[in-house]
Design a protein around this ligand. Structure first.
Ligand code: HEM
Length: 245
């Protein structure tokens, strides 16, 4: 008599999927906060200085601990590495898979399939661009401030990298959140077509809002960087501290 051995399917693919969604959600929400903190420069140099020193614990301990920032950057960097490693499982692996996907995308003509390609391309671009930015933040956290950041953007020529990274991250983040909402059925009120339409509108609003805010912020750092280019390396001291001294 033949024995039937039933093998249970592994739960790991599902766990990996959940981990990819959870890390993606955390990183997308972090990028919203990041953009608000970085754009504090639009409120003035003192505002940005205050935000930067806040994360170094200055207002709790009365002295700066830039290592706190390095620790947080290391956490974000690790999450990005985990998220990318999990995403790599789904990248087409060879020419045959790419051409199959291409044919599939062209025959389907479905916007969400095209959005998946946008995720793959922007994600791939970020492998390189985000690593450069994060390494600088990790290794020199004390050089975050109105003058130090503006010098980096302008005199150290980081602005082309930031410009590309800004478009990649804002598209990737908004498309990612949209795809998460569709995948896990968030905001679904029983009418999938209208939910999809509403989520698409929200996705566009998100991308455009953060792109406009990001471009205005980058322009502000460039302007300060140009004005400060004769004094590269000098750090900013807020006006109220100068009065105290
Ligand atoms: C904890 C981690 C991070 C910290 C502490 C940080 C900090 C900063 C700071 C201080 C700036 C201002 C420019 C400068 O000082 O060089 C900046 C700009 C920028 N960061 Fe980050 N960042 C982090 C993570 C990320 C990640 C993960 C991304 C994208 C994947 C990113 C994308 C950008 C972009 C695109 C800009 C330019 C902003 C603009 O164009 O308005 N950052 N970041």
């Amino acid at each position: 008599m033949k024995m039937m051995i039933t093998k249970h399917p592994s739960a790991w693919p599902a766990r990996f999927d959940l981990m990819q969604s959870a890390t993606g959600l955390f990183l997308a929400l972090f990028m919203w906060l990041h953009m608000f903190f970085v754009s504090s420069i639009l409120l003035g140099k003192d505002a940005m200085w205050t935000v930067a020193r806040f994360f170094e614990g200055y207002f709790f301990f009365g002295t700066n601990f830039p290592l706190l920032v390095s620790g947080f950057v290391a956490l974000i960097f690790s999450l990005i590495i985990i998220h990318s490693a999990l995403a790599l499982r789904k990248f087409p692996a060879n020419w045959k898979q790419y051409s199959r996907f291409w044919q599939h995308m062209r025959s389907m003509r479905h916007a969400d399939t095209t959005l998946w390609l946008v995720q793959v391309v922007t994600g791939f671009i970020m492998f390189f661009l985000a690593s450069v930015h994060l390494y600088v933040m990790l290794s020199r956290p004390e050089l975050i401030g109105p003058y130090a950041s503006a010098d980096r953007v302008w005199s150290l020529r980081m602005w082309p990298l930031y410009l590309l990274l800004l478009f990649a991250v804002e598209l990737h983040g908004a498309v990612g959140l949209y795809r998460l909402a569709i995948k896990w059925g968030w905001f679904d009120r029983g009418d999938p077509q209208s939910t999809r339409r509403r989520l698409k509108t929200a996705k566009w609003i998100m991308s455009i809002f953060f792109l406009v805010l990001g471009l205005a912020t980058l322009a502000a750092y460039i302007k300060i960087g140009i004005d400060h280019s004769a004094n590269v390396g000098e750090l900013y001291t807020p006006s109220w501290m100068e009065v105290q001294q």
